[in-house]
Unconditional design. Structure first.
Length: 193
């Protein structure tokens, strides 16, 4: 069976149209993920980890921690769950790196709970939920601004309502991070993780 040029053109146009629609839709989701903005209503906040370098925090993790520190200082009743395991190329778990930063910057250890086993955003919430009191069903999520839409979708899939604190995304990784996040967001919508 010979495929005509018209058929190839039609299929190509459909693929391009679907791609443009997905790009537009994921952009809308990413923007909507920055709300509702946290106001201190929730007693627990989950801070999502990011890469720990051999000798320092990645910029993404540093920006998330700057946002977490400011939020913790504004809301002294909030307990922070620091969520992130240790990758093969990381000198310590992301949770431990976050603990060190926050305690070095004046946050009391008693306000911090470490979740240091997760290796994905889904696991961040799955394992962190187990550390919450059983009657807590609403949390604050602290992460990079581009990451919040997917984080909220995953939290919802685990029966957690949420508000958010958006950390700035470092300009040096913004294009790559947002592109990857769009793909991950579509995957999360399809498979729920």
């Amino acid at each position: 069976m010979k495929i005509s040029r018209k058929m190839i053109l039609l299929v190509s146009l459909v693929v391009v149209a679907v791609g443009i629609f997905c790009w537009w839709k994921t952009g809308k989701w990413i923007e909507a993920g920055k709300k509702p903005v946290a106001d201190g209503t929730n007693d627990y906040a989950i801070v999502l980890g990011a890469k720990v370098k051999q000798d320092s925090l990645s910029l993404s993790l540093r920006y998330r921690l700057d946002a977490a520190l400011a939020y913790a200082n504004e809301n002294p009743h909030v307990t922070l769950i620091l969520s992130g395991g240790q990758g093969a190329d990381e000198p310590m778990s992301e949770a431990e790196a976050m603990r060190r930063f926050l305690t070095d910057n004046g946050i009391e250890e008693s306000r911090l709970i470490l979740e240091d086993a997760s290796t994905s955003t889904y696991e961040n919430f799955l394992y962190s939920k187990k550390l919450l009191p059983s009657d807590v069903d609403s949390i604050t999520i602290i992460s990079s601004d581009f990451h919040l839409a997917r984080a909220q979708k995953i939290a919802r899939s685990l029966d957690l309502k949420s508000d958010v604190v958006a950390a700035e995304t470092p300009k040096v990784v913004e294009a790559k991070s947002v592109f990857r996040e769009r793909i991950a967001l579509v995957k999360t919508v399809i498979v729920g993780r």
